[in-house]
Design a protein around this ligand. Structure first.
Ligand code: SF4
Length: 332
């Protein structure tokens, strides 16, 4: 990746030219690049947002700056436009190859995280040349690129095809596909290591943990319902439904708003179980960091006997609450 080239391109943007002050939001892995940014953006009053973030759903709302440059993520279309935000995805130019012979499918749906979305047309052609029928799909209104998977949205993997190939690092995204579409076989290819991972084992391991949490929740009396204050994660309306279902089931519940959802913020609340309506990453990836079980809204429905437990439902986000519908946020 030519990072200096990326920064120079941003400097050509009229929004950058018009801004006096610029805030920069960097994923954890890029925070040590601030030297390059400070050098290139030296004509601006510059501030770096220190809080960790994982997606375009998380745009700091209270900063006193003219422009925010967010690195590492594509916009979320259905959140609307943010005239004072530049999204710079930083897509990978890594020239990796994929061996059709190592993919045990005759046909598949091709997906990736945002980092490799730009390479999917090339990979599609390569796989088709080796005799595999490949489908690249447009997602729903939360997804920017064809084939792009978000940790909270797997719409580009849906369809009648039986198999899905995911390109990218880590198991969070392909695990979402495997959980949300259990009838499909999912293989994840890591372009950095060249490894192919069949998600079946990961899925089984995760489900065992989830059913254990659902079991605990089915016997619990007091529930905390977590609502994110992040602009693209807020599901207050879903939290209200959760609260109603719990009250009808004779349980006690209270709603808690949080920016960063961490155990230390929850420790002093008297809940036995938390229902997470914020990013599904909290329930999936961070589960082991909490001292009490954290479940999704759908897992709550299973725990209360309102949904059939035999078909696990993955927590996906399409629409969040209307921006501006709660007092702590405002739109352009
Ligand atoms: S809610 Fe979570 S998974 Fe979805 S875009 Fe935001 S950080 Fe990513």
């Amino acid at each position: 990746m030519d990072f200096t080239g990326v920064l120079k391109k941003i400097k050509e943007d009229d929004r950058y030219k018009a801004a006096k002050s610029v805030a920069v939001q960097l994923p954890e892995g890029m925070k040590r690049r601030i030297g390059d940014i400070t050098k290139e953006f030296k004509d601006k009053e510059l501030v770096f947002v220190g809080d960790p973030f994982w997606g375009a759903c998380d745009l700091p709302q209270n900063g006193n700056w003219d422009l925010l440059v967010q690195f590492g993520h594509s916009p979320i279309p259905n959140l609307g436009s943010f005239s004072n935000v530049i999204f710079e995805e930083i897509q990978e130019e890594l020239d990796f190859d994929i061996e059709g012979a190592k993919i045990p499918f005759h046909s598949l749906i091709l997906t990736s995280n945002v980092t490799y979305s730009n390479q999917l047309p090339r990979i599609k052609k390569k796989l088709e040349d080796s005799g595999i029928a490949v489908t690249l799909k447009k997602g729903d209104s939360r997804v920017f690129y064809p084939g792009q998977i978000l940790g909270c949205n797997i719409s580009t993997a849906r369809g009648t095809e039986e198999n899905v190939l995911f390109i990218g690092e880590g198991v969070f995204h392909p695990l979402g596909i495997a959980l949300g579409l259990p009838e499909k076989r999912v293989i994840a290819f890591n372009p950095k290591t060249g490894e192919y991972l069949d998600m079946e084992r990961e899925k089984r391991k995760f489900l065992a943990q989830r059913y254990n949490a659902i079991d605990i929740a089915s016997r619990a009396k007091k529930f905390g319902i977590i609502v994110s204050t992040k602009v693209g994660q807020t599901r207050y309306s879903l939290a209200r439904v959760a609260s109603k279902l719990l009250n009808e089931a004779g349980r006690i519940s209270f709603i808690i708003t949080l920016d960063l959802v961490r155990d230390e913020e929850l420790l002093n609340f008297p809940a036995e179980v938390y229902v997470n309506t914020a990013c599904p990453r909290v329930t999936v990836e961070d589960y082991g960091t909490f001292s009490r079980p954290v479940i999704s809204f759908y897992e709550l429905q299973m725990a209360l006997g309102l949904k059939d437990k035999s078909r696990y439902i993955f927590d996906e986000i399409v629409m969040t609450d209307e921006i501006g519908s709660t007092s702590f946020r405002k739109r352009d």
